[in-house]
Write a protein that binds this ligand. Structure first.
Ligand SMILES: [Ca+2]
Ligand SMILES: [Ca+2]
Ligand SMILES: [Ca+2]
Ligand SMILES: [Ca+2]
Length: 336
């Protein structure tokens, strides 16, 4: 689901070791020799008609006419043919900067059985974590629900994930820290990735969590199923999500068409219905992605959002992921 193929990470220049050869073990040397660095810088300019979610007490948009800059520095190393390490650091100017997005050890028992330990991306859901992996600028409401229902930065999990591949099916079982970081609780993940053909991916599964009280914002166990399918220059895909509490049903569909090697267009619709008398929320996105140069991309998105609390509730929907209006995003993305 990468929006454009990213080049292989460049090798990090490692200064020559001048101390005695005993200073590093053979394993540590191998780690350094196999170290690869990659990352990105993401600049987004936002225009809002003033009715988005990010309004202050005077009902003015706090995102309107603002530049938002974030980035990431990733390191990856293969210690030996069976074992790989990866660290992704999220960087920005706010308090979530310098925090692990991912930090894990991946051990392969053989070609088909693997164990991952640490902090890592949640593979459930259609959309991936980072800007270079998205066709448009914003994440869908379904990804935003996963983000909110995981206490770590983004849609990420901490613990162990064991996977076993049998033919076209990979089964995944995870023993995780509680998704909401509730004391003395754990979360269990059960999922399957199915690849019926090269051009198609299907992922379905659940992550358990304690639903807590009716008002704590914890949605409990979430079930998610998504698929993507590529046919020539067209990629279509989408997903659905449901939870014990709060979210009755989330739906999302995306289509991306590559007009040329450098230019693609994307249309996305998402929809969420909620428990109780809150109205559903819908958004429609149209986006264009242009490769300006190698490793340099420009993206523009207009997002139309509907959130009309008219189902009889006098309190605004506290769980909604979009406002009621329209926003325009222009993005410059550099990768290395
Ligand atoms: Ca990342
Ligand atoms: Ca990230
Ligand atoms: Ca999160
Ligand atoms: Ca709850």
């Amino acid at each position: 689901m990468k929006k454009l193929t990213l080049v292989a990470p460049i090798m990090l220049a490692i200064p020559a070791v001048v101390v005695s050869s005993n200073a590093y073990s053979a394993d540590a040397k191998a780690v350094m020799q196999n170290l690869a660095a990659s990352g990105f810088v993401d600049v987004v300019y936002t225009l809002s008609d003033g009715t988005d979610e990010n309004n202050n007490a005077n009902n003015e948009s706090t995102e309107d006419k603002k530049f938002n800059v974030s980035g990431e520095l990733d390191l990856e190393s293969e210690i030996n043919p069976r074992t790989a390490l990866r660290i992704d650091m999220d960087l920005s100017t706010d308090i979530s900067s310098g925090i692990f997005e991912q930090a894990f050890v991946n051990y392969a028992f053989d070609n088909n059985m693997k164990l991952k330990a640490g902090v890592f991306n949640n593979r459930l859901g259609f959309e991936r974590e980072d800007a270079p992996e998205l066709y448009q600028v914003t994440h869908s409401q379904l990804w935003d629900i996963w983000d909110e229902q995981t206490s770590l930065n983004g849609n990420n999990l901490a613990g162990l994930e064991f996977s076993a591949q049998v033919s076209m099916v990979t089964l995944i079982a995870g023993l995780l820290n509680d998704r909401n970081d509730t004391a003395e609780n754990i979360s269990i993940k059960l999922a399957a990735e199915i690849k019926p053909m090269d051009s198609m991916d299907i992922v379905a599964g659940l992550i358990s969590a304690d639903e807590g009280t009716a008002t704590d914002g914890n949605a409990g166990t979430i079930f998610d199923a998504s698929m993507s399918w590529q046919w020539k220059q067209l990629v279509v895909g989408g997903g659905l999500l449901t939870a014990d509490e709060i979210y009755d049903l989330g739906l999302q569909a995306t289509a991306n068409y590559a007009f040329t090697d450098d230019l693609s267009g994307t249309a996305r619709i998402d929809y969420v219905s909620y428990e109780g008398d809150y109205d559903n929320t819908t958004s429609i996105t149209l986006a264009a992605l242009f490769a300006v140069d190698k490793n340099l991309y420009a993206n523009a998105e207009i997002r139309l959002m509907q959130n009309n609390d008219d189902a009889g509730s006098t309190t605004p929907n506290p769980y909604r992921k979009v406002g009621d209006g329209s926003m325009l995003f222009v993005e410059v993305l550099g990768t290395f």
